[in-house]
Design a protein around this ligand. Sequence first.
Ligand code: HEM
Length: 462
Amino acid sequence: MAPAAPDTRSLPPGPTGPRVLTVSRFLLQPTRFVGECRERYGRLFTIRLSPGRTVVVAADAAVAKEVFTGDPALLHAGEGNVVLRPLLGPRSVLLLDGPEHLRQRRLMLPPFHGERMRGYGERMRAIADRHVAQWPVGEPFAVQRSMQAITLEVILRVVFGVEEPARVAQLSAPLRRLLDSTEQPWRLLALQLTRSEGARPRTPWGRVRRLLAPVDAMIYEEIAARRAELESGRPTRDDILTLLLSARDEDDQPLTDAELRDELMTLLLAGHETTATALTWTLERITRHPEVLARLEAEVGGEGADAYLDAVIKETLRLRPVVPAVVRKLQAPLTFGGWDLPAGVNIAPNIWLIHRDPALYPEPEAFRPERFLDRTPGTYEWLPFGGGIRRCLGASFALYEMRMVLSTILERTRLAPTTDAPEQVTRRFVTFSPASGGRVTITQRLTPAAAGSAAPQPRVPA
Ligand code: HEM
């Protein structure tokens, strides 16, 4: 018997028109739609997406705090990601809830500790340097593809520990095909729907199985190689996979190969597109704010430059949070923001709207990195990485990578400011992405020594 639908009659107000209209606006005009709902209905409003999916949206930092500090046993996040299961596998930390989630998360956390990231800086810079060297000079291009290539290579080298360039290339191609094939939400939905048809080659699921097979084989090869090195007693690597191989849970049990495979796919999927999009947004924002760009260019490489760059990254993630909301499904009746909500509904702290709350950020739409130089935002006021027991595992990794890649770009190129309108926000899977892929122009290349100097440098041929 199907579980009883929650009684949603006494939920916070929200749009009441035809459901198909709500769903299309939610998908196609995501920022305008939630902005209008906030105006009309207030800080808590209800969106009915389908009979089984009612979402109470919270545009309120205090409610976000209630959600993130609430009992994880009663607030499930994994269930909502079930659509990713064909790709990630059943043991992915993103899909689990309760004690199983906690076990995986505890095993995975130590390698992502903030301090550890420093050791990866040079590798991240070298990767960025190589890709930036291929950018055209003097003609506009969409930078997002290049950012995706950079962040994919960073994951392969730093997380998977692949070092040989030929192997990186060999792994990248099938991975790219797989990731591209699942970019659109409807494709993932089609996957779910056709899964029962097994491996019939012409179904979407059959197609993904074909793309997934060589990727899985290569991931298992990398696990075996790293394990062999570890067991040889002479491990020389500091990649995250090697550290995960040594991790032990409370019962002194390691992650199995199947668990490692699912977690590596998870890190790849959760960490590559998100960081590439955040980097693209940062360039989109700074090229539209010449004073910010000029300060970054003048300071790069100098003492204290990191503080301003970090503020720019924070301000970009405030105004263009790549993941605009997070969702928890209630396993029992709970109260949020004074509303008694029934089991079965979803509560969703809306990062996009909380980051635009004028009570937290005066003149919220203004791009002003200085606001983060003066003060550290509260835990529930700046939350591009979500919060609580599900907060992004890779937050330090992503912020450090962004700093490394952006400072490499600023050291190696001059970016042209633009008076073009801001790029529209478009939904790509669960992320908010720049509609034109972050079009930028670089006017010249710089030698490393020239960085930090505002004086024009001789042009080096592309
Ligand atoms: C700018 C880049 C990134 C953004 C904006 C971002 C954002 C997020 C958000 C919003 C969540 C959900 C948090 C919640 O439900 O409260 C999440 C979860 C996660 N992220 Fe990230 N992420 C980024 C980069 C990364 C990177 C680089 C990695 C790893 C290499 C990563 C790995 C994960 C994992 C494993 C989870 C699941 C955590 C759990 O369920 O316990 N992310 N991320």
